[in-house]
Unconditional design. Structure first.
Length: 138
């Protein structure tokens, strides 16, 4: 009987050791996450997004965005093919009517950017707007 009690005691110690090890791992993970500096947290959050719609003969949507790595969700709600072009040369692929695409623009400095559709005749017909990037990170 004493041998049986010894085995039960050993199993209990083993279970307690497993729980102690799991607790130590969880505490380590929590400590590592808590060690993130405010600068690291801010850098991770410095992204911006905008939803922009293209249609005959307008560009509408989120035309004011915070500074950060900009991603544009570009929707062609018109009936013709369109694209989004920045005056500095950045250009999306052509977007067919009814399609939505994601465009990784990258980091834009604060300021005002002329955007337009460069399909022949579309800019002249009014498909031009200003995208304003504020100095506030997103």
């Amino acid at each position: 009987m004493a041998d049986n009690n010894s085995k039960t005691f050993d199993r209990t110690l083993a279970v307690m050791a497993v729980f102690a090890a799991l607790t130590a791992v969880l505490a380590l993970v929590a400590a590592l996450r808590a060690g993130e500096t405010p600068v690291q947290a801010a850098e991770a959050d410095e992204t911006a997004s905008a939803n922009i719609e293209l249609a005959e003969w307008e560009i509408t949507g989120d035309l004011e965005v915070p500074q950060g790595e900009l991603t544009i969700t570009l929707s062609n709600t018109g009936s013709m093919i369109h694209n989004l072009t920045f005056e500095n040369g950045l250009r999306s692929d052509d977007v067919n009517a009814g399609e939505t695409v994601s465009v990784e623009v990258g980091e834009l400095q604060p300021g005002s950017y002329t955007i337009f559709c460069d399909i022949p005749g579309h800019r002249a017909a009014g498909m031009e707007a200003r995208l304003v990037v504020s100095g506030d990170a997103g």
